[in-house]
Write a protein that binds this ligand. Structure first.
Ligand code: SF4
Ligand code: SF4
Length: 316
């Protein structure tokens, strides 16, 4: 195994903004996807970037919403992460190996009805089997970056649920990291309780369509921008606003078509009006239990969770 190359990769990733680096041998991936993407793959390198606590402050307080999506999603995915991946692959090339960068293409979906809540629904594209895509959370676990929490979110010792991640496939054989035994998620259910649209069931299973609808602010309880005449054309408008509505994929798209109360971000990103309440609740829980390595002078949650009244008027 190439110890010197391993150290060079860790140093390069960190120099280019990554906070966590892990390695997995290709045989940890049994679904055949990475071998389809790069038949010569021997190692998967995982790199994770923290989402700043400060990026969540506006959505936590219910004051500013643009900041989380620009600095916590878009800048990491579209600027920091691609730069780090390119430098990492260049480092591998300098050593005589190939590096194949893998970051999420946010708009490519495995199937028609598997939405990405973070993106404008009019731009989702169902690639199906034409474009094999890695399971990013499973890959992060395989690389030893952290564990998968009940909500499906990656949890790490340093940042809890607050990070985003990408990968490099390489033909270099590099010593793998230890897989982290699950020890953070205690199935407390705080993530489930926090979602304003009941998108997580009692077992933490995500209904991605509900998440897509409520991520962008269909609940008036957590959307300070929703006008009283919102959804006036929907018979169940109150149920939509309170997060109780039932709907199928087609109706979800209709609701999303009426859910523009705040400008989207560049690159097709939707502003998160739920403010990733599930992840914030999880972070608060892990911080209260003293499980996170990164300590702060003040706790993240400094006041009770707020909720707005439902004020619904018919369109004039
Ligand atoms: S909030 Fe609780 S149940 Fe949900 S992922 Fe975090 S630790 Fe697990
Ligand atoms: S809180 Fe937001 S991101 Fe989390 S499950 Fe609910 S809608 Fe989705």
């Amino acid at each position: 195994m190439n110890k010197q190359l391993r150290e060079q990769i860790v140093a390069c990733a960190k120099k280019n903004g990554a906070d966590l680096v892990g390695f997995a041998s290709a045989d940890r991936f049994t679904d055949g996807v990475i071998q389809q993407i790069f038949p010569g793959v021997k190692t998967v390198i995982g790199i994770a970037f923290r989402v700043l606590r400060g990026s969540y402050r506006g959505v936590e307080e219910g004051t500013t919403y643009y900041q989380y999506t620009t600095t916590g999603v878009e800048t990491i995915e579209e600027s920091l992460m691609p730069g780090a991946l390119l430098r990492l692959c260049a480092c591998l090339e300098d050593a005589g190996y190939v590096g194949v960068p893998q970051r999420r293409n946010q708009l490519l979906r495995p199937e028609e009805k598997t939405p990405n809540p973070e993106m404008l629904h009019t731009k989702w594209y169902a690639a199906g089997a034409k474009e094999p895509q890695m399971d990013f959370t499973a890959a992060a676990v395989a690389c030893g970056l952290g564990e998968k929490g009940m909500s499906g979110t990656l949890l790490t010792d340093d940042f809890g649920p607050f990070q985003r991640y990408a990968f490099v496939l390489t033909d270099a054989e590099i010593e793998p990291s230890e897989i982290v035994p699950p020890h953070l998620c205690d199935h407390c259910g705080e993530c489930v309780k926090a979602c304003p649209g009941r998108a997580l069931d009692a077992k933490g299973q995500l209904d991605a369509i509900r998440c897509a609808v409520y991520y962008r602010g269909a609940s008036m309880k957590t959307n300070p921008y929703m006008p009283p005449e919102a959804y006036a054309d929907f018979e169940d408008r109150i149920a939509i606003m309170t997060g109780e509505a039932e709907f199928d994929y087609e109706k979800a798209k209709e609701i999303m078509g009426e859910t523009y109360f705040y400008p989207p971000i560049k690159h097709g990103y939707v502003s998160s009006i739920c403010g990733r309440a599930c992840d914030r609740a999880c972070y608060v829980h892990l911080e209260e239990k003293g499980l996170l390595n990164k300590k702060f002078v003040h706790p993240f949650r400094i006041r009770p969770v707020w909720e707005l009244p439902i004020i619904a008027e018919e369109k004039k």
